[in-house]
Design a protein around this ligand. Sequence first.
Ligand code: GLY
Ligand code: MN
Ligand code: MN
Length: 441
Amino acid sequence: MMRRMNDFAALYPQHFETVKARHDRALAEAGYDHIIIFGGEIHIQFLDDTYYPFKVNPHFKSWVPVVDNPHCFIVYTPGQTPRLVYYQPVDYWYKPAGAPSGYWVDHFDVRVIGTAEAAREHFPKSGRTAFVGEPNELHSGEANPEPLLNALHFERSWKTDYEIACLTEANVRGVRGHRAAASSFRDGKSEFEIHIDYLLQSSQAEEELPYGNIIALNNNASVLHYLNHEREQPGDLRYSFLIDAGAQCNGYASDITRTYARDERGEFARLIEAMEAMQQRLCTMAKPGINYIDIHMAAHAGVAAILHDFGFVRELDADAIVEKRISSTFFPHGVGHFLGLQVHDVAGFHGNRAGCIIAKPEGHPYLRLTRIIDPRMVFTVEPGLYFIESLLADLQKSENAKYVNWTKVDDFRKFGGIRIEDDIVVTDDGHINLTRQAFAG
Ligand code: GLY
Ligand code: MN
Ligand code: MN
């Protein structure tokens, strides 16, 4: 099942057939004759003439790895060759996209347009049409019908070999950046400098990242989505470094987190080791038939055991720490999510193609995946343990405060926290850890 990047051309035809078959079925069920998928447009800034970075519609990039050209469409009628309406204006202000080329092009009836309005000429003239994308004045048809989207999203849960190859390569690129970032941290660089080194070594411009880099020194690591990049940081006051950063390949994302201690012999380094061992145990649970909620609950049990073993929480055993919801103060997010065309990929709660929702367990509002796991599903496993001021303040006011060794907690606030995140693809009899494989390569 696993192949590498030079196989994209060999793997794409099967991917194309799968995407086509998924659309055939979803359109027939929802009663549409055609689908128009709009890649998206660029958005202008308020009272300005400069643009926000272009982010392509994931439905569009499920067909073609064109992620940087606005005003393009896929127009598909089951039984016919899909049309790619491709925007290539004559423009001396901005560089137009090059001619479409690559292993995927011959699968499409390509119609080049010079103006956004010209797209309409290539839309179906009769029949019932579904439009998928950001609503736009050019569109015709019913915009984003939910039954159709539910079916398409549900089917995206199972990745094709081509998609797995893209996700594999996205991990290789991300790991290049991670290696550089770890070495920049050891060299005493600031968050901003580490961020720049990550971009350079993973060969990505900032707007190409699948999500904003989280590059956090010291207690900044306690902010789960810390997106600032401080320029000035005194080199001798560095305790910890958390980096959550990914990469894209053909529109598919990796999502990787590592945490490092400045003092490799200190207790925080041992806490990272314990978290890493626990994260690896969670990864071994990834196999067909497992309920992802069980991985999330095992992460709570694991965090609770560490809180107990390191003496952050006294008197209670791990079960009681979870039962009293003390583990949620230190681990307040879900253990992971689907990964693919989107970092937080769709259908994490879908019980079926009609979109019935599998509920989150009570008390776990931020879990993003509640499904029974099958081969070809790709998700992250990312337990964390943090010292978050606001959540600790709530705990301190609660009746559970008496179980906490506050002196010890106070000693660890400066480290911010720990998260370790790998990307996992489930196989017929287990899983492959794409992130560890990339770090080992
Ligand atoms: N990088 C965002 C996440 O881990 O979900
Ligand atoms: Mn993640
Ligand atoms: Mn992440």
